[in-house]
Ligand binder design. Structure first.
Ligand SMILES: *Cc1c(COP(=O)(O)O)cnc(C)c1O
Length: 402
């Protein structure tokens, strides 16, 4: 496609692609009637917490993920904290994890009493690089755990990461916040490592309002987590250890059940939308979506573009500004990377991850949601093509310099 076929980008005075604006994400309850019925039943039962709806959500999720144990929690961050605590993290011992992740991965390790040690991402898909993780585990003084994140729902290199964790003698815990509905070589995410923790907050693919699910094959861990989410109380108020109140409420579980139904279909639809975007932008220099390996399934919690500024002619940030002129909302997931954030400045790792820095500088997340329609995705992709076709003129504008 040439620039003339598509007209001028809005940044150069053309018609915006979305005059009314296009948000990054939209939340729509899949089955409003069904949800209202469920919520009514919870209210009528008088049991707003510690009731059967959480149990039902756990059972449905376990079936869907084909994993023996699912423990529902108030959110993914608390779930990660409790898993790490149960896995023996504490005493400020090192927890190796990606720098390219959401801050909550590191926060969870901190609150569990560990110290984050950040490792590099893989060029291909920005998930944790097993080779660098292995080197950082070897260099660490008595490492307590390895954490990895299925970034955007892209399954990690789980086989290699397990080998690395086993060699170092540490538990492997997944931040699977984005991965509810992903699979690796046919096996659902939820089955890997010691445990995997999903988020059901509203920006994720399956929503409970706020909520998290811990999936594990380890029955003893699941039992500990059931106590841990309830203050560490085994039932007689003689607490076994300092737990949290990390229970999911019945009302949130009712919302979560509504979103679990039909999840595989919604994940498939998101995949088809990403394929559509990739087809329209195929061959554009310096631009590729972050994709899972062939044979793996991603939820595409986000549709994130990786932009090489030299080849594309604009930085990811400048592309974001040019898309804003088209009415298209974007974000930079994840920029800045965690090792660069003020919360972790004291660890002195800001300059330690050059590849992660470059990748974080090159990401741009564009709109995607589960009931989005293909024409809207195509229009975003065409706007990107149009902007790239005029990249030199856009880059020459004073507000796009740099
Ligand atoms: C959203 C998110 C979390 C936190 O999930 P909550 O349920 O909000 O606690 C953790 N890790 C990643 C990668 C996330 O995107």
């Amino acid at each position: 496609m040439t620039t003339t076929d598509l007209g001028l980008p809005a940044a150069l005075g053309g018609e915006p692609a979305f005059p009314d604006g296009l948000p990054l994400t939209r939340v729509r309850v899949p089955d409003r009637e069904g949800l209202l019925e469920r919520l009514g039943a919870v209210l009528d039962s008088g049991m707003l917490t510690n009731g059967p709806t959480v149990r039902e959500l756990e059972e449905r999720a376990a079936e869907l993920l084909d994993v023996p144990h699912v423990v529902a929690v108030s959110n993914c961050t608390a779930g990660l904290m409790l898993v790490l605590q149960a896995a023996g993290v504490g005493g400020n011992r090192p927890v190796v994890m990606p720098g390219f992740t959401f801050s909550a991965t590191a926060h969870a390790a901190h609150w569990a009493g560990g110290t984050p040690v950040f490792a590099e991402a893989r060029e291909q898909d920005i998930t944790l690089d097993p080779t660098d993780a292995e080197a950082r585990l070897k260099a660490a003084d008595r490492p307590a755990a390895l954490m990895a994140t299925h970034v955007y729902g892209t399954p990690c290199q789980v086989e290699e990461l397990q080998r690395v964790a086993d060699a170092a003698g540490v538990p492997l815990v997944y931040d699977a916040a984005h991965g509810l509905g992903s699979s690796r070589r046919g096996v659902p995410v939820g089955n890997f490592g010691l445990a995997e923790v999903f988020s059901m907050s509203p920006t994720k693919v399956a929503v409970a309002g706020e909520g998290g699910l811990v999936a594990t094959r380890d029955g003893a861990l699941a039992a500990t987590l059931r106590t841990a989410r309830d203050y560490g109380n085994p039932g007689d108020y003689d607490t076994l250890f300092p737990g949290l109140n990390a229970r999911m409420s019945e009302l949130h579980a009712a919302v979560g059940l509504t979103w679990l139904a039909g999840l595989p279909e919604r994940v498939a639809h998101r995949g088809a939308l990403v394929a559509e975007f990739a087809a329209v932008t195929a061959g554009l220099p310096g631009l590729r979506p972050a994709l899972p390996e062939a044979g793996d399934v991603s939820t595409f919690k986000d549709l994130t573009l990786i932009v090489d500024p030299e080849l594309f002619g604009l930085s990811a940030e400048a592309l974001g500004r040019a898309l804003k002129a088209e009415g298209v909302d974007t974000r930079r997931y994840f920029h800045p990377p965690v090792q660069r954030q003020r919360a972790y400045a004291h660890l002195g790792q800001a300059e330690d991850l050059p590849l992660t820095d470059r990748l974080a500088g090159s990401v741009l997340t564009v709109p995607l949601w589960s009931h989005m329609e293909a024409p809207a995705v195509r229009r975003v992709a065409e706007a990107v093509v149009r902007i790239q076709g005029a990249a030199d003129r856009v880059a020459a504008l004073p507000e796009y310099a740099g």
